[in-house]
Design a protein around this ligand. Structure first.
Ligand SMILES: [Zn+2]
Ligand SMILES: [Zn+2]
Length: 261
């Protein structure tokens, strides 16, 4: 399994992209930034987008991914296949009602035709595995103000976890501890320690809270831990606070990272 980090920040600033991870070229975990980080050719390989939740920083590029393949499709080309959006049913309903609603953006689940649209929606359920393009993906419920799941990925007997946005949780760590060959975890770490209360209210973690959460991981120290969703304007302070926790095999993700499992 190959995981390419397209964006790993919890804010958008010049040079800092929103959360988006490309798995084996065809599966996207969250759609914060694929159209500003991938060529048109690379975007065409994307067949599946797993959406953790409907906050804008995780869905915004669904709009532009769909738009970028629309002209070719409308010209009659058939090699430009559809993208399936996988998320909890309540999130799909939110996308339809508030985003792909012909007011904010055209409803690409009906374009160019209802029968053969550019976007298809597929409901997933908590702890029910789906298999796409050879990768097993299991949604894990997270602690966030809106319905949100992280994802357990598995291919070739190796597992990997993406927490998506989360505050303090037990489910994530229970799933992590049950995996026989877990090769790494991407974990939320959004705000500096001074913003602990904001982190709790908004369903995120500070470096201190993240370090406390990691005590629930039985094999801490024997697998890499990657942090994401840092607020870019606080990055240097957060870097120092993360280093102060002195946790082995842990680092903040960067946008040039490509994880090979
Ligand atoms: Zn969020
Ligand atoms: Zn977010």
């Amino acid at each position: 399994m190959k995981i390419r980090v397209l964006g790993c920040y919890g804010g958008q600033l010049l040079g800092f992209h929103l959360s988006s991870f490309l798995v084996n070229d065809s599966i996207l975990l969250d759609a914060g930034s694929p159209t500003v980080t991938l060529t048109l050719e690379e975007q065409r390989y994307i067949r599946h987008v797993f959406v953790s939740h409907t906050h804008l920083d995780h869905i915004q590029d669904i709009a532009f991914l769909a738009d970028n393949r629309s002209l070719k499709r409308m010209g009659g080309a058939n090699e430009n296949r559809c993208i399936t959006i996988h998320s909890l049913q309540e999130n799909l309903d939110t996308l339809k009602t508030h985003f792909l609603n012909n007011a904010i953006w055209p409803d690409f689940t009906k374009i160019p035709t209802v029968k053969d649209p550019i976007l298809k929606l597929s409901a997933i359920e908590e702890m029910k595995k789906v298999v796409v393009d050879g990768v097993s993906i299991t949604p894990i419920r997270m602690n966030h103000p809106v319905p949100c799941t992280g994802f357990l990925l598995e291919q070739d007997g190796k597992q990997f976890i993406y927490s998506a946005d989360t505050g303090i949780t037990d489910d994530l760590w229970k799933v992590a501890n049950a995996q026989p060959n877990l090769r790494g975890i991407i974990v939320d770490c959004s705000f500096p320690n001074a913003y602990a209360e904001l982190a709790s209210i908004s369903g995120h973690l500070t470096p201190k809270q993240m370090a406390h959460e990691l005590k629930k991981l039985n094999k801490l120290g024997s697998m890499p831990i990657y942090l994401f969703h840092m607020k870019p304007e606080t990055l240097s302070l957060m870097t120092a606070e993360v280093e102060a926790e002195n946790i082995p095999h842990l680092r903040m993700l960067t946008q040039v990272d490509e994880l090979l499992l």
